[in-house]
Design a protein around this ligand. Structure first.
Ligand code: GCO
Length: 482
């Protein structure tokens, strides 16, 4: 049941007729069935089963049980009216040990998924790597060693040949920053390593893997559109102080420029190479010719945007506190010597992430100005809130509706500024396994009752339906009104 009052909706700011609306998920976060049909273990199986690594000891063992409830989820997508669905393929389903011949039963699951999408007139957008490295490859060095990139190339070849005829849009990697810096630097994600030198090496090998995948996809899938998805941020200095300006530049260097510069300009940013000069192995793993591989032309850029960031130099922390700012205690990378501060009055999601939709606009304009005019897809955007099912069996997630509406409007601002944005994928279709936060953070536009697996579309689902149907920014003034 929906409380969306269609008469009270003002739909303004139409999008171009061909604008693509979608929803996104990732395999380990929703599939469950971790031993079904020959799937091998991934680093996220190992990590989530490590005591203390994930909130509440949650694991992806069952997750949303999407593996066994796929048809129901496809029906939800159809009801939603999306033109595209972004999902990821689990490498350990395709190659249980990370190398060797294809496991046909694993591939079959994705073949059925793609067929189901096609039957419903929904375009598959396939992400090849959303963080679930086969564990045996991690045991052999993981992304810190070059061989993993070569193995990735073999895996891509298998998937492209098996599924290529029905998939046009391919995303090589999802958020390589998270895989490298959260996985090997901060240790907050699998494989849980805390070593900056290894994180830098992983950064390079992931990008190299991306580069190796591009020509493989092009030769196996004629007409393929190939891209990469990056999580990018809009880093602002907390003040005009030159130390804070330099801190913002370091944050931007680590999150944004270490990925955008090699992919689009064929080089690593000098200041970052200098910053990581003494870590081992760091960027010394780079070989002649790698940057050409990494920077070969792609067809689109996927951008994931969630929150803004305001940073100061670590030395100015007490000054900021005295001035009344909240300084985040979370110092992921001590070497970067910076602190995040909160801007008073800004709303926050239950991830404790600040909300600033205009950060998306400035990020998109900056990508266009500094890097590329290629089509951009917002491959993820969304928010976790403390949802609940009310006594009438509804989830009235007005805060999520507001968040999505503001960000879709901010994306429209970027279109108005001439940025080539061609699509938007909400994160996420379903409440799911939110990595180190387990099931404690709900990002879905569909509620999942984890003990039973039952699905319940939230208010935001109905609102997004209307957005897609009207192809415009929908201001649902009386959403939730009785
Ligand atoms: C991400 C991840 C998602 C997260 C989402 C919310 O790409 O960071 O792709 O898996 O669930 O970002 O944190």
């Amino acid at each position: 049941m929906t409380t969306l009052d269609k008469n009270a909706i003002a739909s303004v700011r139409p999008f171009p007729p061909e604008f693509l609306w979608g929803a996104a998920t990732a395999c380990y976060q929703i599939e469950g069935a971790v031993t079904a049909d020959g799937r091998g273990p991934s680093i996220w199986d190992t990590f989530s089963h490590t005591p203390g690594a994930v909130w509440n000891g949650d694991t992806g063992d069952i997750a949303c049980n999407h593996y066994h409830r796929m048809d129901e989820d496809l029906d939800l997508l159809q009801r939603l009216g999306v033109g595209a669905y972004r999902f990821s393929v689990a490498w350990p389903r395709v190659q249980p040990s990370g190398q060797g011949p294809a496991n046909m039963r694993g591939l079959d699951f994705y073949r059925r998924l793609i067929d189901g999408l096609r039957r419903r007139d929904i375009e598959p957008t396939l992400t090849l790597y959303h963080w679930d490295l086969p564990q045996p490859l991690e045991d052999a060095g993981g992304w810190c060693v070059r061989d993993t990139a070569e193995r990735f190339a073999d895996y891509v070849d298998i998937v492209a040949r098996a599924l290529g005829t029905d998939v046009e849009h391919w995303i090589t990697l999802n958020e390589p920053w998270c895989s490298s810096w959260l996985g090997y630097g901060a240790g907050e994600h699998a494989p849980g390593v805390k070593d900056i030198g290894k994180a830098a090496a992983a950064n390079h090998h992931l990008l190299y893997a991306h580069g190796l995948a591009v020509p493989i996809l092009r030769s196996a899938v004629p007409g393929a559109k190939v891209g990469i998805t990056l999580n990018l941020g809009d880093h602002q200095p907390g003040s005009m102080h030159e130390l804070d300006q330099a801190a913002a530049k370091r944050a931007d260097g680590n999150l944004n420029r270490l990925f955008l510069e090699p992919v689009f300009h064929g080089r690593y940013p000098e200041d970052m190479l200098e910053h990581y000069r003494d870590v081992s192995p760091g960027f010394s793993v780079m070989r002649d010719g790698d940057l050409e591989v990494i920077s070969q032309p792609i067809d689109f850029l996927g951008v994931n945007y969630y929150f803004p960031s305001t940073v100061i130099d670590a030395s100015r922390e007490s000054e900021a506190r005295l001035a009344g700012y909240y300084v985040s205690p979370d110092v992921q990378f001590p070497d970067l010597n910076l602190r995040s501060i909160e801007t008073p009055g800004r709303g926050k999601t239950s991830m404790d992430w600040e909300i600033k939709a205009s950060g998306l606009t400035s990020l998109l304009v900056r990508i266009r100005d500094d890097y590329t005019d290629l089509p951009i897809y917002i491959t993820e955007n969304g928010a976790a809130f403390d949802d609940y099912v009310d006594p009438d069996n509804r989830v009235l997630d007005h805060n999520r509706v507001a968040y999505l509406q503001e960000h879709i409007s901010a994306m429209h601002d970027a279109l108005d500024a001439g940025v080539n944005v061609q699509g938007y994928f909400v994160w996420s279709l379903l409440d799911n396994f939110e990595w180190a936060f387990g099931y404690s953070r709900r990002f879905g536009i569909v509620w999942v009752d984890f003990p039973t697996g039952n699905r319940l579309p939230k208010e935001s689902f109905h609102w997004y339906c209307e957005t897609i149907r009207s192809n415009s920014v929908v201001y649902a003034r009386s959403v939730g009104a009785e």
